[in-house]
Design a binder for this molecule. Structure first.
Ligand SMILES: N=CN[C@@H](CCC(=O)O)C(=O)O
Ligand SMILES: [Zn+2]
Length: 410
C-alpha cells in the first residue's frame, strides 16, 4: 500500500541521512521542506520532497493543505503505570509542604507503592492504557515506561507485565525500564543496604531473565540512593546485559553524573541542578542528558540549565516524566512549550530534543525520530497553523489533528 500525503504546508525534521545525535549549536536547525509531499509505503517512509516532484502513482492520497507534519514525539521518560492519584499531596504542596517533607511522612513514592501493591494487574492495565491513548492522540509515537511503584520482585514484575501488555496491544513503540531503586520500601526500612543487595542479587537477575525490561534505572538522590549504591545497581544490570538510565540531580548534585558517565549509562535524567563538574563529565562521554521541564513546572523546582549545557556543546533531550507525584501530564506539546518558555530553548531546539535526540535516549534512532527514507512512518499532522511555532506559542491548545503510527491512521 502506497499513500501520498500532498500539499503539506511544511514537512519537518527531514534528514537525508540518519543523523544520530545533535549537540550544542547543531540543535538550532530543524530542517524542513515547504509545500511538500510524503510517500508512505506500508509502515515506512518511502519518499518525500517538494510538491512539484510528487509521484503520479499511488494507492491512496491524503490532502494536508494548510497543515504541517512532524515526526512523532519520543517520550523517553515516563512512569505511566500507577494506581490512584496523588491529588491530596498536590494540595499539601500548595499549602506549604515540600516534596521531601511529604516523602518523610511516608507519602510521595511510598504513597503510590501502597496503592500499586493493592491494585490488580487488570486495573493497572486499564488506567495505563487510558493514559497511553491520550498520549498517542497528542502526538507521542515512542515511549519509555518505568516500573518503580512495586519495590518487591512480585509487584515490580506485575508492573512490567502491564507494560508488556501495552506493548502487545498498541502500535506505539514502548521501551520498559525496571526502577527497583526508586525508594526504600517499608519492609526494608532501616536496612537500605539489604534492599540494594536484593535489587542486585535477586531482582535484576530475575527481571533480566524474564525479558520484561530493556533498561534499569535508580533514583540517585540525597535521601534516596547514594552514588555507590547506584553504581552497584548499574554494574549488576550491566552484568545481566541491561543498560542503565538514571534519575540524577533532581534536587542535589552529589557527583552522581560523573559516575554515570564513567559507567557509560545511556542517559542521565532530571538534571535540575547541574554543576560545572557535571557538564565537564558529560562532555567526556556518550551518556545523553535528559531534561524534564514539566516536572520543574509542576513541583516548582529549578529548570535544567539548557542554555548553559548547549553552550558547552552538549546534546539535550526533553521528556515528560509523566507520573502521579511530580508530573501528572505526558503532553509532549506542553513539554516543548515549557522548554521554550522556561528553559529558553528555541522551538527548533525543543523539537530536536523531543524527536531526534530523544530517539538516541531510547536507542531507536535507526527507526524513529526524523523524516528519513526507511524509517517508520510515525508522525502527526497539525491542525491548520501559520508556523510550527504555534505549538509552543499556543501552549494550552491541542494542535495535533491526526496521528499516523507505522503508516496507519490512529
Ligand atoms: N524522582 C523520582 N521519580 C519521579 C517521581 C516519582 C513520584 O513522586 O512518584 C520523578 O522522576 O520525578
Ligand atoms: Zn522520573
Amino acid at each position: 500500500m502506497k499513500t501520498l500525503f500532498y500539499n503539506i504546508k511544511e514537512l519537518f525534521q527531514v534528514r537525508e541521512n540518519n543523523t544520530e545525535i545533535l549537540k550544542g549549536s547543531q540543535m538550532k536547525e530543524l530542517p524542513s521542506i515547504k509545500n511538500a509531499f510524503l510517500v508512505v509505503e506500508n509502515d515506512l517512509i518511502a519518499d518525500y520532497g517538494a510538491m512539484e516532484n510528487a509521484p503520479a502513482e499511488y494507492d491512496e492520497s491524503v490532502d494536508v493543505s494548510g497543515r504541517m507534519i512532524m515526526p512523532s514525539y519520543i517520550d523517553s521518560h515516563t512512569h505511566i503505570v500507577y494506581a490512584g492519584n496523588r491529588e491530596q499531596e498536590f494540595v499539601d504542596r500548595i499549602n506549604g509542604l515540600s516534596y521531601d517533607e511529604i516523602y518523610q511522612r511516608g507519602g510521595g513514592i511510598l504513597n503510590s507503592v501502597e496503592k500499586l501493591r493493592k491494585a490488580s494487574e487488570d486495573e493497572l492495565y486499564i488506567d495505563a492504557a487510558n493514559r497511553l491513548e491520550e498520549l498517542i492522540a497528542l502526538g507521542t509515537g515512542v515511549i519509555e515506561i518505568k516500573s518503580g511503584y512495586g519495590l518487591s520482585l512480585e509487584a515490580e514484575l506485575k508492573m512490567l507485565r502491564v507494560i508488556k501488555k501495552l506493548q502487545e496491544k498498541y502500535p506505539v513503540k514502548i521501551k520498559a525500564t525496571f526502577l527497583g531503586a526508586h525508594a526504600i520500601p517499608p519492609e526494608f526500612k532501616g536496612n537500605q543496604s539489604g534492599f540494594v543487595t536484593a535489587i542486585c542479587n535477586e531482582m535484576i537477575p530475575e527481571i533480566a531473565q524474564s525479558g520484561l525490561a530493556d533498561y534499569v534505572d535508580a533514583f540517585l538522590e540525597t535521601g534516596y540512593f547514594t552514588v555507590e549504591e547506584t553504581q552497584k545497581i548499574i554494574q549488576a544490570a550491566t552484568k545481566h546485559g541491561l543498560k542503565a538510565k538514571i534519575h540524577v540531580n533532581q534536587f542535589t548534585a552529589i557527583n552522581g553524573v560523573a559516575m554515570c558517565v564513567e559507567e557509560n549509562v545511556l542517559s542521565v535524567d532530571h538534571l535540575e541542578i547541574v554543576t560545572d563538574a557535571d557538564i565537564a563529565a558529560l562532555q567526556k562521554g556518550r551518556t545523553i542528558p535528559v531534561a524534564l521541564p514539566t516536572c520543574s513546572y509542576f513541583i516548582s523546582i529549578p529548570y535544567t540549565p539548557a542554555r548553559k549545557m548547549l553552550e558547552a556543546n552538549l546534546p539535550l533531550v526533553i521528556a515528560s516524566d509523566y507520573n502521579p507525584g511530580t508530573t501528572p501530564s505526558g503532553n509532549m506539546n506542553f513539554v516543548v512549550a515549557t522548554a521554550c518558555i522556561k528553559m529558553k530553548m528555541t522551538p527548533e531546539e525543543a523539537f530536536n530534543a523531543a524527536t531526534l535526540n530523544a530517539a538516541y535516549a531510547l536507542e531507536v534512532q535507526n527507526e524513529y525520530g526524523s523524516i528519513t527514507k526507511g524509517k517508520k512512518a510515525s508522525f502527526f499532522i497539525t491542525k491548520p497553523i501559520h508556523s510550527i511555532y504555534a505549538i509552543p506559542y499556543n501552549f494550552g491548545s491541542d494542535l495535533v489533528e491526526t496521528v499516523y503510527l507505522n503508516g496507519k491512521k490512529q
